[in-house]
Structure formats: C-alpha cells, structure tokens
Design a protein around this ligand. Structure first.
Ligand code: R5P
Length: 297
C-alpha cells in the first residue's frame, strides 16, 4: 500500500500514511502559466494499491482535475488498485436539478471519478440528501465514513460541559446530532431551516430547552457560515450559556469564522478534511482504519 497526497491534502496524507504504516509518496505538481496543471508521480507504483488523498474544498475544480490526472497516471504506470480518498466531496449539494436544464453535478463528478480507473471511493460525512447512500452513485465500492464521534470525543475531553445539549441547525443535521448525542450521552434537538440564497438562510423561531445550558451545534459543513450564524443566534436568544460549534468540513469562505464568533459562538471546531486554523481533529485514523478494514475483508 502507498499513499499519495494531492495538493489539497498533503498534511492529511502524511498522517494517513503514518496510521497505515505505508510510504507517503510526494507528488510533483506545478501550474503552467496558463493555469493548466502538471502532475508527476516520481515513485514506482506498478502492482501497488495506492490511496490518493485529495479533498475538494475551496478550489473544487482544480482539485478534482488534479485527482483525475493522478488516478489516470497511476493506472498508466500499472498500479493494481487506486483508492479515491476524498474527505470533503464537492458538488454533493447539487444532487438534483432544481431548475430545468441544470447540471446534475453530483452524478457527473461520480462518473468522472470512475472513468479514470478508481477502484474504490472513501469519503467523510458527505452531504447526502436526495441521494440516500453514496454507493448509489457509483458502480465501484464507495464508503461514507464519519468524523462525528471524534468531534464529540474532542469536545468531551476539552470542555467542562455544564448541562450540555446538542442542536442540529436543520433536519439533515439530525443524523450528526444523534450520533454526537450517543457518544456524549446527552439529548439533542434540531432546528428548522429554510434556504433563501447561497449565503442566506432563515431559521424558524421556536422555544428551545437551552437556557443556562452549554449548547453544541453540529453540522457537516460550514461554508459561508449563514446556517451556523442563524443557529447560534437562535440558541443565544433562548438563553444558552456557552455555544460550541462543531463541523466536519470547515470550508469557511467570506470570513465565515469571524462572523460566527461575532454572533456569539464561544468555540468553533472542525476537522482536517480541509486544513484551517480550527482543524483541531484529524480524520486520518478514520480513513486509515476504514482502508485497513475494507482491504482485510
Ligand atoms: C446544508 O444543508 C449543509 O448541511 C450545511 O448546513 C450548509 O452547507 C452550510 O452552508 P453555509 O455555511 O453556507 O450556510
């Protein structure tokens, strides 16, 4: 087994390689003056199983294209299997044609990942809504792992929680709130959200049992922060004592982090599916354990 980190995930790849006890192959990559990508794999890969770690946040098109070049090259060089480890899977939110003529981006990306010779797909807390299971998108094995138990354990270890409760900002976040509530042995609730635009959401006002309690708000993604900002304000209005926000994928565009703190969050915690200043929790063990387990069966 070899590990290769795409340019979106070099540090995570190093940790996954350590966890797997496998060599971490350093990719040679550069950009031509016109923006095209150059990729070279300076390592013998013939007959090897190779895990390519490449998240696709913030510059999704560039990182996806780089993945396609890496995977296709690995196949050309005779790699036995290529595992696409895509911790943050971009385009999953466009899982339906909301208006006539729209691209069904989620499906297109899945087809392209298969086309370049990928043998298996590993992702983490992928945004599944209308597509209910990641394996429905692919004809190759595809696994959706979760970082939520690690986030919950991190919170348990690092905060002295007072009468804690978990809140999911919308119905979809109910699954993550439920998982975290099991790990922490505390109750959870979910809010009702309506999206008004790409960076604007509305949360239905309601009475929540959060007064004088520490509230953990958990979601899969923080992108513009619109969702979390509304959720933080809702629980603050209802008298929450401290607000800890946790997410798997801290995309954090448009000063999202600053805005979330300004709204009254006390702590914001994310994982290293995307490297950020709040990536306190590493998903490397989740990835390495899943690869070991699947390859052993
Ligand atoms: C959507 O339903 C997701 O679970 C997240 O709540 C959403 O993608 C977060 O995006 P933003 O931070 O832009 O509100």
């Amino acid at each position: 087994m070899l590990v290769i980190g795409g340019s979106a995930s070099t540090s995570l790849a190093e940790k996954v390689a350590q966890n797997l006890g496998a060599p971490n192959v350093i990719l040679n990559t550069k950009k031509f003056p016109d923006g095209e990508k150059y990729v070279r794999i300076p390592y013998p890969v013939k007959g090897e199983d190779v895990a390519v770690i490449q998240s696709t946040g913030r510059r999704p098109d560039e990182y996806l294209m780089e993945y396609f070049l890496i995977a296709d090259t690995l196949r050309d060089l005779g790699a036995r299997k290529v595992f696409a480890v895509i911790p943050y899977f971009a385009y999953a939110r466009q899982d339906k044609c909301f208006n006539p003529g729209e691209a069904l981006s989620f499906e297109t990306i899945a087809k392209m990942i298969e086309k370049v010779g990928t043998s298996e797909v590993y992702t983490i807390d992928i945004h599944l809504h209308r597509v209910t299971h990641v394996s429905k998108l692919f004809t190759i094995p595809a696994y959706n792992l979760t970082a939520v138990p690690l986030l919950a354990e991190y919170i348990q270890k690092n905060f002295d929680l007072v009468k804690p409760m978990i809140v999911g900002p919308d119905e979809e976040a109910g699954q993550w709130a439920k998982t975290a509530s099991k790990v922490l042995g505390i109750s959870y609730d979910v809010l009702e959200k309506r999206r008004l635009g790409p960076d604007k959401v509305e949360i239905k006002p309601r009475t929540l049992a959060v007064a004088n309690r520490d509230v953990i708000i958990i979601d899969d993604i923080i992108s513009t922060g619109g969702t979390i900002i509304e959720a933080v304000s809702a629980v603050k209005k209802e008298g929450a004592r401290r607000v800890i926000v946790a997410c798997t994928h801290p995309i954090l565009v448009n000063n999202a982090l600053e805005k979330i703190y300004e709204t009254g969050a006390d702590h914001v915690i994310g994982t290293d599916t995307l490297p950020t200043p709040i990536s306190y929790v590493s998903v490397a063990p989740v990835i390495a354990d899943a690869i070991k387990e699947k390859q052993a069966t």
